[in-house]
Write a protein that binds this ligand. Structure first.
Ligand SMILES: Nc1ncnc2c1ncn2[C@@H]1O[C@H](COP(=O)(O)OP(=O)(O)OP(=O)(O)O)[C@@H](O)[C@H]1O
Ligand SMILES: [Mg+2]
Length: 449
């Protein structure tokens, strides 16, 4: 996993920045758009107004021309009205002869600038042109005041929205960071070894889900820590038994209390074998945990494998007064499997069955095809069967249902190893009771890995 360099900026700073940016953007955009639209609306309105006024003035000018026979003296006459006329008057040379702004008088305009004007013609002859007040500012005092108040309103609204935004942002920040800070504190306590630490799940949103996942993680951490502790205790207990026996046996021989005979050596040797087996079992489970249990799969003839098992175990069982039967059903095919590992699983199950089946009982080993895609193996017996606790925990490490019953038994690792081996083959294993009494251990292996 690649650790990323953490960012310096806190979540709060980033949230505030985003809010401020959003508010500034919204306020700026509304200010700009409102001004643009109001400006346009006013311009439209003013131009339309000017047009009406132009026509009135035009009529007046025509009247003047009719009365005087020429335009001479018109500008003076217009000035004398004392009104601020939003028009420009141009003579046939396109020279401004009248404008409310005296600076404009005398200026010549280009032909294109006359497009928006109205030219007065008398008997086909062009007389003066009246231009709407396009050259003079249209925005009057009233309009400016209106726009100012709109802008002021916008600024106040922006400030108010900004304030509300900051308050809301703070509330959201509290809601988000509160649970996060609690989670961080709990994680810190777990890191210090307080694995019973949990956080309160107060919502059903993403933060609630996060808190729930955190609690689940802490729970499984606590469980696996407990399992680890239990496992170490079990291992030391299981190792202590044969090692203590070895030590006391050797000490007895050293002190001359027991004669160093073939028999006493054989007894000690069996104890070392037991210790070695336990260590080997533990190693296999450790490999399975690390996902490194090697499975050397090859085509495996099930019939032949079970025949071999029958040849060895069958005789031992019959010797112990237990009837043994092998059944291989029609349609059982070869499978891809590690032959030695599968044999180990079957021998394990048979060893258990033999241990729990009293003299005069029976043990069956059978194989049957499952939909042509897998083979199911079963080891059943006429022993005492399994309790509910056995059914749930028989495959757990170091589980022994009834210590007294399993007196002669091992450490309680056999089924855990069998499970690991079967699962390494992509199969499954389970236990059930026979309706007629006795236990059945079954496992399925796929035909191809
Ligand atoms: N055929 C069976 N009938 C009744 N109980 C069984 C049978 N097989 C297993 N069990 C129960 O399941 C427990 C776990 O079995 P498992 O093979 O894992 O351990 P074990 O046989 O006690 O020790 P190990 O296999 O390590 O020598 C046994 O102790 C026993 O209580
Ligand atoms: Mg066993």
């Amino acid at each position: 996993m690649v650790a990323q360099t953490p960012r310096r900026m806190t979540f709060r700073t980033r949230l505030v920045l985003v809010f401020v940016l959003l508010i500034a953007l919204t306020a700026g955009l509304s200010y700009f758009l409102a001004n643009l639209f109001v400006d346009r609306a006013f311009e439209d309105f003013a131009v339309r107004n000017v047009r009406v006024e132009d026509l009135i003035i035009l009529r007046g000018i025509a009247q003047y021309y009719r009365e005087h026979g020429s335009m001479d003296g018109l500008p003076e006459a217009l000035e004398q009205t004392g009104r601020e006329l939003p028009v420009l008057l141009l003579d046939p040379e396109r020279r401004i002869v009248f404008a409310s702004d005296p600076d404009l008088v005398g200026r010549r305009l280009g032909p294109s600038q006359l497009e928006s004007g109205v030219t007065l013609r008398v008997e086909g002859e062009e007389i003066w042109t009246v231009l709407p007040g396009a050259l003079s500012p249209w925005r009057g005092e009233v309009e400016s005041r209106f726009l100012d108040s709109v802008n002021r309103g916008l600024i106040i609204a922006g400030a108010a929205v900004g304030l509300i935004g900051i308050v809301l942002g703070f509330v959201v920040w509290r809601q988000v960071t509160g649970p996060l800070r609690r989670l961080a504190a709990a994680a810190g306590r777990i890191a210090q070894g307080h694995l019973d630490e949990r956080v309160l799940v107060t919502s059903r949103d993403e933060l609630g889900t996060l808190a729930q996942s955190f609690n689940d993680m802490a729970e499984s951490l606590e469980q696996s820590e407990a399992a680890k502790r239990q496992m170490i205790a079990d291992i030391s207990h299981e190792l202590r038994t044969p090692i203590t026996a070895l030590r006391s046996g050797l000490e007895a021989m050293r002190d001359g209390l027991v004669e160093a005979s073939q028999e006493s050596f054989a007894g000690l040797h069996s104890k070392t074998l037991l210790t070695a087996r336990l260590v080997e079992d533990l190693q296999q489970l450790a490999l399975a945990d690390a996902g490194r249990l090697s499975v050397r799969a090859a085509r495996c003839d099930v019939r032949e494998l079970l025949g071999m098992v029958e040849a060895t175990v069958g005789v031992q069982l019959e010797d112990a007064g237990v009837r043994f039967e092998l059944r291989v059903e029609e349609g059982v095919t070869d499978i891809d499997a590690d032959r030695q590992r599968i044999e180990q699983v079957i021998l394990n199950l048979l060893a258990n069955a033999a241990r729990y089946t009293p003299e005069g009982g029976s043990v069956w080993l059978s194989a049957e095809p499952i939909d042509g895609r897998a083979v199911r193996f079963s080891v059943c017996d006429t022993g005492p069967g399994l309790t509910t606790s056995d059914l749930h925990h028989a495959f757990d490490r170091f589980y022994r249902a009834d210590k007294a019953r399993a007196e002669g038994g091992g450490a309680g690792l056999g089924l855990a190893i069998a499970k690991a081996l079967v699962e390494a083959h992509g199969g499954r294993i389970w236990a059930e009771n026979r309706p007629q009494g006795g236990a059945c251990f079954r496992f399925e292996l796929p035909k191809t890995l």
